[in-house]
Each structure stands twice: as C-alpha cells, then as structure tokens.
Design a binder for this molecule. Structure first.
Ligand code: TEU
Ligand code: CA
Length: 601
C-alpha cells in the first residue's frame, strides 16, 4: 500500500505539477522591502521622535536581516494631523525628522550597502496647510480653485446648511467641510485637514509628476502611492444610496474607488515620471480592489504600476467592511483570499505584494495568531513562513521580525491616531445622546480600539532592554507610549538567542533568496478546506517546495495527497525541531508548527 501511494503519476498530467509562467527576473520582484515608520524607528537627538539620522544608525541591522529596500513612511513637511499623510510641502523634509542633507546622507548610506530606498507619495490629498490649498481657499477666482473640489452646499428641510452630497469620510463624519469666507464646501475623503486634490485638473497631474521626478532625480528607487485607486472622482459627485437612514452622511466607497479616469492618470504618472527611472512602484488600494481590477493596474502591458497593496485579507476580520466591528474568520477563508490572489496574478502576468502588517493594520501575531503567550514566538515564525514562501514581493513592517504583539490595557488617552479618536468621539456622542445625556458605556468601543487601532503597531521599536528600549534616551518621553509587553521582545535579546523570531526571519530570508522558485514558482494550494492548516506547493520546472502551516493552538494532522512524490523530501526550514528524518504522507503538526520541504524529484 505504502509502495503504491508513493508512486507518482506521469509528470505531464500530474495535477500537482502546475505549469509556470515565464517571468523575466526583475530586481524588485526578488526584493524584501522593510517598512520604516520613521517617527517610531530610532531617535538620534533625544526628542522622543524617530528621525533620518536614527535610521542611518540601524542600517547595518537591516542589512544583516537581509532586506533589500527600505520604505520610509512620509517624512515631508506636515502638521502631522495624520502622522505625515497630510503633506504641506512635497519637496522639503519635516524638521522633526531632519533636513535634506540628512536625507541625502541616508540615501547614500543605503546605496553604499547595496540596498534601495522607497518613498511614500500621498497625492490623493494634501494637508490643508499646503500652499496649494491655502491659495485655492483664498477666493472663488483663485487660479488654484479647481485644484481641489469646491462646491455649493444644499439647504436642508429646516433651513440648515448641508454638504454638496451625502458622502461619508473614511475616517467617519461628513466628507465635506464648510468654508465661511467663500460660502462653499471642500471635499476630503479622509480628515478635514486632508483636502482631496482634483486630478481632473491637468496642472495637478503635472505638479504630481514633477514631485515624483524630484525624488527620482535625488536617488529614490521605489515609490509607494497612497490610496491611488481613489484619485479619480465620478463627474457630478452623485449622492450615495441611503443605507443608514438615521444620519445624513452615507458610505460612498464604490462611487470614488477605481473611478472613471484612474487608469489614464496612473498611466500618465508612469509615462512622465516613473518610466524615467530604474524604479518600482506599489499602489495602495483600499476600499475594495478585486484581483481582476488589480491586474489592470499591474498587468505587463499596462504601463501603470509594478504592484498593488490589496486589502482582501485585511478585511476578513471586519463585519460589513467596518473595521471596528470585529468578526471571527476561518482558516479556509484566509486560504481562499491567498489562493485567489496568488493564482490570478500568476495567470495574468501580474505581480503581488505580500504583507500581513503595516502602519495601519494590527500586529499579525495578535490578529492572525494566538492570544496564548506560550505560542507567540512559534506563531510569529509561522506567519513569517507563510508570508515569505508565497509568490510576490515581501513587505515586513518594523518590529514584525521580533514578533511584536499589541500593547495591553491602553486607555483612550494613550492613543494618538486621528482615526481612532474620530471613531471614539463619534461613538461617545451618539451613545450619550441615546442615553439622554448620561455617561455612556464605552467598553466595547475600547475593546475594538485595543484590537484594531493603528497605534497598536505604531509604538516605538524595541532595540534593547533599557527603559525606552534604546529607541530614545531613558529619561525622554517618546511621542507615543512604549509597548512594554514582554522582556524578550527586543533586538538585543533576540540577537543572542539562536532560536529567536529575529534569527528565524534572517534564516528564512536567506532560504527565500537561495530558492528562486520562491519568487517565480507557480502556486497551488493543498486541501483548502482544512480547518487548521494552510498548505501549498510552489513549483518551477522540476523543482517543487511544500509549505505546511498549522494555524492553531492545537495539534493538527495533515494528509499529503498521494500524487505528490515525497520520497526525497528534505526539510528546508521549520519553526520547531523536527525529529523524524523522513516526511510521511500523514504528518502530525504541533500548535503553530510550520515546515518547508523541498521535494527534489
Ligand atoms: O491609508 C488608506 C486607508 O484606507 C486607511 O485609511 C485605512 O483604511 C485605515 O487606516 C485602516 O484603519 C492610507 C495611509 O496608509 C494611512 O496611514 C493614511 O491615514 C490614509 O491613507 C490617508 O492618507
Ligand atoms: Ca528625533
């Protein structure tokens, strides 16, 4: 019986030997990109805020980790209402972070180490302090009036002033703010300090291209475009359908996502700026971009972007698209999202970006992982294995390589994030009104915030065991409270522990780089209905790799399909010690165990 099971089918018709697309090898497809949340990475002058000189100090650490490109979150002049995603000058550096000489020095030091730099470009909106907006706001005849969306309001039943349409902002509340002086309203999909640029005005697009060329000429190797699928608004800005009858503003996401001219505009950026450089680009696409739409942005012949950040896996734990309404998701659901994106891009000459954590999203161990501290490290390593063995360009967010979980027991005063406070305030006011003025119960709101607030990941980096973890001087107050959850979650301790999450990441990155099939190989999920396990094959020519991950606090049993020949399987990396020296068709996995095998025949 065992003999028979092991016999492979004829290669040509074996369903577990998927064929592969022929991909040109391109540097950015093989890159590991490390996201630096600058204000929380390393402070160099003891003001409690991370900065550019601080990053220079840590470049050797990043090189040793194996990363190839550093993505810096926005470091431009900004009033910091939305932590720099509200830009007041695209070509000058925020004093909090340093100056242009520091940037040039950083860029040079990065290149000297044979690494690259990616800059974050926020062009859907500017800060309300940007000179373009200040000019636009001056009068109805300002030459820059049409650089933003200014509209007349409506008058309500009781004579009250109402916004031009009923769109709800993505941070809650109306998407319009009234300007007394000109008796008009301006549009902001995010906070009122982030007015939307009007891309239908050609001069806006020219100005955007000029900014990209400014940074390209200075040595930037990669560009991340913030919410780039929201830049083209529908003509006439129509009302959204009413789904919440007890309020004026309504969710309008489908109306402003992937709008009518978006491809024309992205193509212009590519033609007039990106294509002039040996650079890569990634478009952040929240609010729903399907795999079909994504391939229109990244398809080989589109001349638009290199990759997109899709959000399907980030939406799994949200009820009806509302991130604060937390729902449980199953492992097959996660597997489906992963499979759809992996296979669609493969079949359409597209390319994925792979991430499970960023400056807007919860820490992955706390979200896709376990509540049980006993398995935290194993779980962090499993999530790393899962991420780094798929097809696409890998993004790692600072601290992810240490297995950082969320801070515990924070009160609303501990948070700084604008989205978090807007949510809290809206809920507070609504409940207070409902309760007839009494103090409302906010415990479920705090529960959601502790699970989903963006500040959960924005806490300063843990370098060592000193009071502020080496992020800033021991007596300094960091700009955001530290997450002092566990004593062993810092670089200093993990450096010395060969079994640490950090050292696992280092090893795994090397493994990925030694096996080119990890970059380009085809992808096939195995046993997609397993409640605990995600498993898949990667294949390129005669080479195959098997990845098996037990996403649970319990042991799990995995049956490898008969057709796969595992006779010569060799373990490449695992997050537990594996004693059996031969892979069996029935494999028992421990809680959060992950293994990677190369099949060799
Ligand atoms: O994020 C876009 C975005 O969709 C987020 O608002 C996301 O939905 C939210 O953070 C989830 O909680 C980008 C930036 O990454 C984010 O930091 C900015 O606040 C936002 O754009 C506005 O620029
Ligand atoms: Ca500083």
């Amino acid at each position: 019986m065992a003999q028979e099971r092991r016999k492979p089918n004829v290669r040509g018709i074996n369903p577990y030997m998927p064929s592969i697309m022929d991909f040109d090898r391109v540097w950015w497809r093989e890159s590991i990109i490390y996201q630096i949340y600058v204000q929380s990475f390393q402070d160099s002058n003891n003001d409690g805020i991370g900065d550019l000189r601080g990053i220079i100090k840590r470049l050797d650490y990043l090189k040793k980790l194996g990363v190839d490109m550093l993505w810096l979150t926005p470091i431009y002049e900004s009033p910091m209402e939305d932590q720099g995603y509200d830009i007041a000058n695209y070509t000058s550096i925020n004093k909090l972070f340093g100056n242009m000489d520091d940037w040039d020095a950083l860029c040079e030091e990065i290149h000297m180490r044979d690494m690259k730099i990616m800059m974050d470009m926020v062009f859907n909106h500017t800060s309300s302090q940007h000179p373009w907006f200040l000019e636009s706001k001056k009068s109805k005849d300002s030459p820059k009036r049409d650089w933003y969306f200014w509209r007349k309001g409506k008058i309500g039943k009781n004579g009250e002033k109402l916004p031009p349409n009923n769109w709800e902002s993505l941070f809650g509340g109306p998407a319009w703010t009234y300007d007394e002086a000109t008796d008009e309203w301006y549009l902001h999909l995010f906070s009122s300090s982030q007015p939307d640029l009007n891309w239908d005005t050609p001069a806006v697009r020219d100005a955007v291209c000029e900014v990209i060329r400014f940074w390209g000429d200075r040595g930037t190797d990669g560009f991340r475009f913030d919410v780039i699928n929201l830049i083209s608004k529908p003509p006439d800005l129509p009302d959204a359908p009413i789904v919440n009858p007890d309020q004026y503003e309504q969710p309008a996401v489908p109306l402003f996502t992937n709008g009518p001219n978006v491809h024309k505009y992205v193509n212009q950026i590519n033609r007039e700026a990106l294509s002039l450089y040996n650079c890569c680009s990634v478009g952040e696409m929240p609010c729903g971009v399907s795999e079909l739409q994504a391939s229109e942005y990244v398809g080989k012949d589109r001349r638009e972007l290199s990759m997109v950040f899709q959000f399907d896996h980030m939406g799994l734990d949200a009820e009806k698209g509302n991130k604060w309404n937390i729902r449980k998701f199953s492992i097959p659901e996660l597997g489906r999202v992963m499979r759809v994106w992996q296979q669609h891009m493969l079949g359409n000459h597209g390319w994925n970006s792979l991430y499970i954590e960023n400056h807007d999203q919860p820490r992955c161990v706390s979200r896709f992982g376990t509540e049980n501290p006993r398995y935290r490290a194993a779980c962090a390593k499993l999530l790393a294995t899962f991420l780094l063995t798929m097809r696409g360009t890998v993004y790692i967010f600072q601290g992810q390589e240490l297995g950082m979980p969320h801070p515990e027991g924070w009160k609303i005063e501990d948070y700084s994030d604008v989205e978090t406070h807007q949510y809290y305030k809206a809920e507070y006011e609504r409940r207070k009104k409902e309760a007839g003025g009494g103090e409302p119960d906010m415990s479920d709101v705090m529960y959601s915030i502790q699970k989903k607030s963006r500040d959960n990941v924005r806490t300063p980096m843990h370098w060592d065991t000193s009071p502020n973890c080496g992020f800033t001087g021991p007596g300094v107050k960091p700009w955001l409270r530290m997450n002092s959850t566990y004593a062993d979650i810092n670089v200093y301790i993990q450096e010395k522990d060969s079994d640490s999450v950090l050292n696992y990441y280092r090893k795994l990155i090397q493994v990925r780089k030694q096996h080119p099939l990890m970059f380009y190989g085809a992808f096939m999920q195995l046993n997609p209905y397993h409640e605990q396990i995600l498993a898949f094959l990667r294949a390129q020519g005669p080479f195959r790799t098997l990845v098996v991950c037990n996403f649970s606090d319990d042991p799990a049993v995995f049956e490898i399909p008969n057709e796969i020949d595992i006779d010569m399987a060799v373990l490449v990396i695992a997050n537990y010690e594996v004693c059996e020296n031969k892979l069996e068709y029935t494999t028992n996995l421990r809680p959060w165990e992950a293994r990677v095998y190369t099949l060799r025949n």
